[in-house]
Ligand binder design. Structure first.
Ligand code: ZN
Length: 270
């Protein structure tokens, strides 16, 4: 594998969210020569969409995704997803990432929850298409099936894409899919039209917190060059978005240090 193109590096702002708001993250990306950014909607609301659009444009950044829509098994999902589509449109985001939601509250009905998710996505898809915002289903590791996403493999996500047609694809996050025996096969199946985002970090051993103990690339057990190879063979030419939830380590550090290390590791170990 040749080294990845440094211009493909993108910062998912979850990586520095404890210490920086969106305005600081945009300035930080510009300062470190990181060309892409993927904001979260709470940070976007705090900054204001108009001001965020202005600052992102002024710094020439690509919005590699907006996090997030989804949670189709919760209440008020429809209005929230409509707003998310509008915001992604305003930002010119390459996709709106969908964390689809876990079990219907109070139920044990996993299959029913998945069906509800599919219906929810189908309901917002026409608006997303009209807005020119591709929807990216992000399958989450099965440990999060109950609380955050009952779509847990690329295969499940792509089955939904096949049923719903254009304007929808997947976000491949190595943290969630690295273990999947069908990973190579399903990335190839997705192809360049359905792979909308690529999120990178690492899986630490031991993992101390299932949600917020992701590792920096190179510190864990994920074969990142191998997965990038699968992505490239499928025709994916988009960004490599660093997304690290790390209460115990990276969130505590100076974000300028975090960004410098992201750049260095991106070039060396991904
Ligand atoms: Zn992700």
């Amino acid at each position: 594998m040749s080294a990845p193109d440094p211009a493909k590096l993108s910062l998912n702002t979850a990586t520095i969210r404890e210490k920086w708001g969106l305005a600081q993250a945009i300035e930080g990306c510009a300062r470190h020569g990181i060309r892409g950014i993927a904001p979260w909607r709470d940070q976007l609301a705090a900054m204001g969409v108009k001001e965020a659009v202005r600052a992102i444009k002024a710094n020439g950044l690509t919005v590699t995704g907006l996090c997030r829509g989804g949670f189709f098994t919760a209440k008020h999902w429809k209005d929230d997803n409509r707003r998310a589509i509008e915001e992604a449109h305003e930002l010119g985001a390459r996709c709106l990432v969908l964390v689809v939601g876990g079990l219907i509250p109070g139920s044990k009905d996993l299959l029913g929850s998945r069906e509800l998710v599919k219906e929810g996505i189908a309901a917002i898809l026409p608006e997303a298409r009209k807005a020119g915002v591709p929807l990216a289903i992000e399958p989450l590791h099965p440990m999060q099936a109950a609380e955050r996403a009952c779509i847990n493999t690329l295969e499940q996500a792509l089955d939904i894409c096949d049923q719903l047609g254009n304007g929808i694809g997947v976000a491949v996050d190595v943290y969630h899919v690295w273990w999947d025996p069908k990973l190579a096969q399903q990335i190839a199946r997705a192809g360049k039209d359905r792979v909308l985002a690529y999120h990178i970090c690492d899986w630490l051993v031991p993992t101390r917190d299932l949600l917020n103990d992701r590792g920096m690339m190179g510190d864990g057990v994920v074969d990142l060059p191998k997965i990038r190879g699968m992505m490239e063979r499928a025709g994916y030419a988009g960004s490599h978005e660093v997304e690290i939830f790390s209460k115990l380590d990276w969130w505590q550090r100076d974000p300028d240090e975090v960004l410098a290390i992201c750049k260095d590791r991106h070039g060396k170990v991904t």
